[in-house]
Design a protein around this ligand. Structure first.
Ligand code: GLN
Length: 321
């Protein structure tokens, strides 16, 4: 195991093959050379973290993670880091960094370790038991915000998880009324905490989408990023996802991969207003099948939309007027 403290000891510095680059780094980045002092600086801790993470995560991600850990532990902005990282590191920062490093080397996602994730410019609480919001999903929020400038829209977010979509929409639509549903009590609790933390009003309820119903004309928009990964895709997935993220938020059976979309399209037919919109995040593998399903259920203006990586990641459909 990589030991952060040994990384700082003068002895290991002498024998470390990376000493040269570390010294150069330090002079270049903070203009300080404190090899004579025993106490490491915050910059030393950041570089130690980065060094400890490189083999597993690669240069770029290691550097980003190391920086995020320090910002989190210090409660600093990037500007403060640049200005102040030549200050001495406290025991707390050193010990906590060491613990976080060990967890990262065991594949625990950084967002679970820190208990937070950034989504659509918002800092959300995340806990094991809730899926970590993905960057692609911000594109779905963007699409909805761009296409729906009206005020007072009634929005239903199904399988809300951390509440990422619901909270981001609440902050960016004009006076929306948003209901967020999840089957998991951890998810419901986390969504409520995120709505309080970010000062938005959501109607959050625990419920099973396969059982819940709503009256006719209850919503203008239904959005969902439901579980959509085929069981058979497990083999291609990373350990940090498989070992730590909730399987029930990710996987659907190979023989019924559109089970959530089928149900949600039915809910839409019942409870969307005429001209109401469905917005989904989808599995690119089943984009064509999903379009056919929505057409078969009477929706119009069905569109599949690519994500930033060029994959068919979202779908939109309109309930016929
Ligand atoms: N995009 C996620 C992943 O690939 C899956 C999200 C979901 O199932 N809704 O890990």
């Amino acid at each position: 195991m990589f030991d952060l403290k040994r990384f700082f000891s003068p002895k290991s510095r002498e024998v470390s093959p990376r000493e040269g680059s570390l010294q150069t780094d330090r002079r270049a980045e903070v203009g300080v050379n404190n090899t004579e002092t025993e106490t490491p600086t915050i910059g030393d801790v950041r570089r130690g973290l980065r060094q400890g993470l490189i083999a597993k995560y690669g240069e770029r991600e290691a550097a980003a993670m190391a920086r995020e850990i320090i910002l989190h532990l210090k409660g600093w902005s990037v500007e403060q880091l640049l200005a102040d990282e030549n200050r001495e590191a406290s025991e707390y920062v050193i010990n906590r960094s060491q613990e976080i490093l060990q967890q990262l080397l065991k594949d625990v996602p950084l967002q679970y370790i820190l208990g937070e994730a950034y989504f659509y410019g918002l800092k959300l609480k995340v806990v094991p038991g809730t899926l970590i919001p993905r960057p692609e999903t911000t594109e779905l929020v963007d699409l909805i915000v761009k296409e729906n400038p009206q005020a007072d829209l009634r929005v239903l977010d199904l399988c809300t998880g951390t509440g990422a979509i619901a909270v981001a929409l609440a902050r960016n639509l004009r006076f929306p009324q948003i209901t967020a549903i999840d089957i998991s009590d951890v998810a419901v609790k986390t969504t409520l905490e995120n709505s309080r933390q970010l000062k938005v009003k959501l109607n959050v309820e625990q419920g099973d989408v396969f059982k819940l119903t709503w009256p006719k004309d209850s919503f203008d928009i239904i959005v969902s990023n439901p579980p959509y990964v085929d069981e058979s895709e497990r083999a291609t997935m990373e350990r940090n996802v498989l070992d730590y993220e909730p399987a029930e938020a990710l996987f659907v059976p190979d023989d019924n991969p559109l089970v959530f979309y089928t149900r949600i399209a039915d809910i839409g037919n019942e409870s969307l207003s005429a001209g109401g919109r469905l917005y989904f995040e989808i599995n690119p593998r089943h984009a064509a099948e999903l379009s056919a399903l929505l057409a078969g259920k009477g929706y119009s203006d069905i569109r599949v939309i690519k994500d930033i990586n060029g994959k068919d990641r979202f779908a939109k459909a309109v309930k016929k007027v």
